[in-house]
Design a protein around this ligand. Structure first.
Ligand code: B4P
Length: 186
């Protein structure tokens, strides 16, 4: 059974948050969900919250130095295994993460652009999230994902710690497949 830290990588709406919650619940990992943390900063009206207010609503990525600081403060002092959902989202964030934590497994959830659009619009009916509401914003998020986040696939492939999962499968099927990987991963 793998007993190190895990990164969940994938497009917006690929199921990182869903999977992260299931893994944390069953195996007791500490779940660090960057999206949730940033939305909480926004709600709290903190200095960081004010800075990122517009960025989140428009579906843009928050600047690397801001997210890096938030994550560093969040994970400092945590004992035990971490699941990082939504961090890193750029190669510079990945390089920064290497300086503050050791990652031994990256789960990449692969989904098509159409699935992303369908899922996010569906979630938008109840999430109340501004960035889930329009095709324009969702398409911007997909484009940013391709430009900024996809290069991380190669970054982690070259370290030989990337496991790719078909994120089009049902929630239970995705979870079962990931569980099998964790059980076999050294
Ligand atoms: P996040 O909160 O991370 O949101 P997400 O990428 O949209 O969602 P996720 O992949 O977790 O999908 P979920 O499980 O919810 O980020 C939001 C924003 O925060 C970003 O756009 C950015 O502005 C900012 N941000 C976050 N991290 C950052 C970083 N590191 N740097 C800069 N900015 C950052 O699933 C989506 C829906 O699909 C759900 O409704 C779920 O029920 C459904 N679903 C999931 N898996 C399914 C499956 N297998 N089958 C069917 N439906 C499924």
């Amino acid at each position: 059974m793998y007993n190190g830290n895990i990164v969940l990588l994938g497009a917006p709406g690929s199921g990182k948050g869903t999977l992260g919650k299931q893994l944390a619940e069953k195996y007791g990992y500490t779940l660090i969900s960057t999206g949730d943390i940033l939305r909480e900063e926004k709600r709290s009206g903190s200095e960081i919250g004010k800075k990122i207010n517009d960025i989140l609503g428009k579906g843009n990525l928050v600047p690397d130095d801001v997210v890096n600081d938030v994550i560093k403060n969040k994970i400092e002092g945590i004992e035990g295994q971490l699941i990082l959902d939504g961090f890193p989202r750029t190669v510079p964030q990945g390089e920064f993460l290497d300086t503050i934590s050791e990652i031994g497994l990256v789960i990449y959830l692969e989904v098509s652009d159409n699935t992303i659009r369908e899922r996010i619009l569906e979630r938008g009916k109840t999430s109340g999230r501004e960035d889930d509401q329009s095709f324009e914003t969702i398409n911007r998020r997909i484009l940013q994902y391709k430009l900024e986040t996809k290069p991380l696939i190669e970054f982690y492939e070259s370290k030989k710690i990337l496991a790719t999962i078909d994120g089009e499968k049902s929630i239970n099927e995705v979870f079962n497949r990931v569980e099998n990987i964790i059980k076999l991963w050294k």
